[in-house]
Every structure is written in C-alpha cells, then in structure tokens.
Design a protein around this ligand. Structure first.
Ligand code: BEZ
Ligand code: FE
Length: 286
C-alpha cells in the first residue's frame, strides 16, 4: 500500500473494495476504477485538468435544481443516457424504443381537457397526434396513463420559462377502452439544450452545438407493463441527424406533414393547413 506506482495503484484500489455490499456493486466499481485509472494514465492528466473536472462537478451541483438537473444534461450530451437506453432496449421485442427523459419533466401535469386540446393560447402551427397504446401482442391497453410535454413556440419548456402559464404544454391523459389517445397541440420546434451552465461550456470547448431536433416527449405507464419514456421527432428537422443528446431513433422519427383539407381540419375543430401524426406506442410486460 505504500510503494504505489502508476502500475500497481489500480490493484491497490480494487483490493480495497473486496467488502462491497453486493456482487453487482463490486462489478460496477471494479470496472469504473479500472476505466478511470486507465483514462487518467492514457491522457497523463495534469493537476490543473483534474481541478477543472472537480470544478465542473462543483458548478453542476450549484446550478442544479429539481427542474434543472445539470448532471443529467452532462450525461445526455456525452451520450451516456442514450447508451443506457440502447443497452436496455435490447429486449424490447417490438415495443417502442425509448429516448432520454431530459431535465424538464415535471411530475403531476394537469389533466388534458375533454376534446384533447393542449394548444390553448399558444402561437404555432396546430395539429393532432393520435394513436393507440398496445401490449406486446398488439392488443389495446385501456386506461394507460400518458404524460406529454413539449416546448412552446419560443423553444422553452414551461418548467424553466416564467413567461408561460403554469402547466403550459404539459398534460396527463388516459387511453380509452380501445387503447386510443388523442391530442391537439402546436408543432414542436428545434431548440437548444441549456448552455448557461458548465455543460454549455463543455459543449463549446468540444466545438459542438446545443441543438435538439423538434420533438414531443411521452411517458406512458400501465399496470403490468414497464413504463415507457420516449419522444416523437419531426423527421425533416435540420438537426434530426445531429441531436446534441443523441436521442433520435429511426422508429421515433415521424412526418408532421401539412394537411390542406378544410374538411378534415374541421373534424378536429381546426383550420387548414394543419398537421397530423398517427403513432401507436408498444409497452413491454413488467
Ligand atoms: C429534452 O428533450 O427536453 C432534453 C433532453 C436532454 C437534455 C436537455 C433537454
Ligand atoms: Fe425536449
């Protein structure tokens, strides 16, 4: 333990976790320590660089609030959140692919009004999203709880934008007896992830932009099924292939095509042109 060198310090730290509380915890810490040490040796980290990393964590903690989770954001822009999604989607077997939760989900959104209107006074291009929530056999799931949230036309979430009324563009709803849902909303817009904290500085230092392609978030829960956290993306968005948080999947990119039929628009109590997205979500058994 005293004559530590670059090559034996890793084993010394690994020995120290022999009494880890569970085999899984030991596996995770063993790998973490190995990779961290290898990384430190590989780049020959200087004291100043190590201090910069500590300072990043300090600043991330300082700027974090219940609705501004800077560590989640850092994980997102480094692709870790999406990697976790992809690893755990392996067994999806026809269920909808997951995508990052992001930092702006708020528990307990208002109930969607009868008729499905989430637009209210929001400016933007109106349209409809509808479809079903299905089990692995393709059978409808009645009474599934769906929570939905998106940015306003200014590219901001209500969670962090005091100019928006409480509950704006976030709702909860339940599927009907045939597993159907229906939502009237504005077309989402592309927006930048927050860059006013240390993650923004990191993006800048890496020579990257902060844009996400336009999307709507969904969190769906039903008894006997695993919760689904995902997003639907506008497939022609400028940033569809360069999402700052690597959340886009082919199966989640959909067309928000304008529809010019006044007759069809009237069915939804809208004026043409409007857009229409039909999407069925699939849940996995718990
Ligand atoms: C979002 O889509 O809301 C989001 C996801 C990751 C980081 C920032 C925002
Ligand atoms: Fe988002």
């Amino acid at each position: 333990m005293r004559n530590l060198t670059q090559s034996n310090i890793t084993d010394a730290v690994l020995q120290s976790i022999d009494g880890a509380q569970s085999p899984r915890l030991k596996q995770i810490f063993t790998s973490l320590i190995r990779h961290l040490h290898d990384f430190t040796r590989e780049v020959e980290l200087t004291h100043e660089e190590w201090e910069a990393a500590v300072d990043f964590c300090f600043k991330a903690g300082q700027i974090s609030t219940p609705v501004r989770q800077e560590f989640i954001l850092a994980s997102d822009v480094l692709g870790v959140s999406s990697l976790v999604d992809i690893i755990n989607d392996k067994a999806a077997q026809g269920a909808t692919e997951t995508s990052v939760l992001g930092p702006f989900f708020i528990e307990g959104s208002p109930e969607l009004a009868e008729g499905g209107d989430m637009i209210e006074d929001n400016p933007g291009d109106p349209g409809v999203v509808f479809g079903r929530v299905l089990d692995p056999d393709g059978l409808p799931i009645a009474g599934a709880l769906m929570e939905v949230w998106q940015t306003a036309a200014n590219g901001q979430y209500q969670a962090v934008d005091p100019s928006q009324p409480e509950g704006n563009l976030r709702r909860r709803m339940r599927t009907d007896t045939a597993g159907r849902y229906f939502l009237k909303t504005i077309k989402p817009v592309s927006y930048k992830v927050p860059v006013d904290g240390p993650t923004g500085d990191m993006l800048h230092a890496m020579g990257r932009h902060a844009w996400r392609p336009a999307h709507i978030h969904f969190k769906i829960k039903a008894e006997g099924f695993l919760p689904l956290v995902t997003q639907l993306f506008e497939d022609t968005d400028t940033y569809i292939d360069e999402d700052a948080v690597f959340g886009v999947r082919d199966s989640l990119a959909v067309s928000f095509q304008p529809n010019h039929s006044e007759e069809e628009a009237a069915k939804y109590d809208l004026k043409a042109p409007f857009w229409k997205v039909e999407y069925d979500f699939g849940l996995r058994k718990a």
